[in-house]
Structure formats: C-alpha cells, structure tokens
Design a protein around this ligand. Sequence first.
Ligand SMILES: C[S@@+](CC[C@H](N)C(=O)[O-])C[C@H]1O[C@@H](n2cnc3c(N)ncnc32)[C@H](O)[C@@H]1O
Length: 244
Amino acid sequence: MTDECFQHPRLAAIHDALDPDRGDLDAYVRIAEQLGARRVLDIGCGTGVFALLLADRGVEVVGVDPAGASVDVARGKPGGERVRWIRGDVTALPPLQVDLATMTANVAQAIVDPGAWDATLRGAYTSLRPGGHLVFETRDPARRAWTEWNREDSHRVTDVPGVGAVESWVEVTDVSLPLVSFRWTYVFAADGQVLTSDSTLRFREREEVGADLAARGFVVDDVREAPDRPGREFVFLGRRPPEG
Ligand SMILES: C[S@@+](CC[C@H](N)C(=O)[O-])C[C@H]1O[C@@H](n2cnc3c(N)ncnc32)[C@H](O)[C@@H]1O
C-alpha cells in the first residue's frame, strides 16, 4: 500500500504541478555524471521526473514504484518510452547490474516498515554491479521538519492546466518518533471533490542508516548535505564493494 497522493489517479496526475520546483534533483544528476553512471535504478521513481532527466542524458534507466498511478503518469510523459518502468517495490525487479541506484525525495523515509527497508537495501545491493553506488537522502530527525508541516505554512491554491484550481494543505496527525504521520487535503474547485492522503514517515538517525547499510554489505563513502536544503538532510553515498 502506498499513500493516496501517489496512488490515486487524480492526485498522481497533479503531483508535479503541485511540486514544480525540482531543484533538489540537480545534485543527484551531478552525482550520476561524476560517477559516470550509464545504467541507473531509480527506486521509488514516483512520476518519473528524475528517471526522465537521466534518460534525456542518454542514461539507461529502470524506474520502480509501488504506486501504479504515479508509474502511469511517468510512462505517459514525453520520453517515457525510453525508461523501463516497473510497478512494485524492489522485490519486483528483474536481475540488474546497474552502476547507480537512487532514492530521491526522501523515498527512504516512506519505507517505514523495518522489513521493507531491509528488503530495499538488499534489493539495491543485488541490483548493483560490484563497485556500483547507492545514493539517497533522509531528513535529519534533529531538525524536526514536521514542526513546519501545518496548514498555515502549507496552504496554497494551484492553478493546474486542464484541471483548474486545486487547494491543498498538510497537517501533522501524529508524532510517535521515529514515526511522523500527516494528512494532505486537496480540494478541486472544478467539481468540489475533496481528497485526503495519509502518510507516515520514519525519521532515522544517521548512525542507524549507516549501520543498516553496513549490515547489507555497503561501504559508506560519504554522508553529505543536500545543497538545496543545507543542514536538513543526510545524503548517503553507499557503495557495493568491488569484490562484493
Ligand atoms: C516523495 S515520493 C518521491 C518520488 C520520486 N522519487 C521523486 O523524486 O519525485 C516517494 C515515493 O516513494 C514510493 N514508495 C513508497 N514505498 C516504497 C517502497 N517500498 N519501494 C519503493 N518506493 C516506495 C511512493 O510510492 C512514492 O512514489
């Protein structure tokens, strides 16, 4: 099960319009270029923004996500035929030997269940060629990002071409650390439909993520800041050892 905001067709269709600034992906594109990655697995590809950025650069990309409606949106975009899209989690992947696996936009936090998280790291590892890299971000719990997730700060009305005005806001519904739950509400002006989407994220400490990666055989080469969100994120650069 994934959140309604990713799996409901009407919400998946407006996802990009409601989150148009994807400057967060620039750093990932740069890392892929610096690593000379020719084959990339994008885990939790969502509506495919990052996968398509790479495919435009001639990279062979596999995008996997359990939210079918988001994968449908991705597949239908210009250039979508250049990416191999798979609906599911990492357990749905065929054998791969990619140079780089990614989880952009805090996908790691959306994988709440410890067993699913472990399976994701295992799946990433086996999908990488020996020496291949895994790059992903996760919010630093110490920054308590959820304290900013409130109606006052998040409320906006977005004019979505072909859809009309959509009012949206987020509210935190529960904080039971390391889990934080919140609800997005969407109101479609065209017909008055109100949709809600409930999400839970897991906030993992830096040491915990490092230990999880090590337990699955990864070497951690670096833990960086996200350049567009300084001090807020841990960006992990893991590597499958060449002999692994
Ligand atoms: C915040 S979105 C990010 C989407 C995309 N990476 C981006 O940058 O736009 C989080 C995504 O994680 C996906 N997701 C949730 N659980 C997952 C899992 N177990 N494996 C892979 N993806 C998952 C959701 O369906 C959703 O598309």
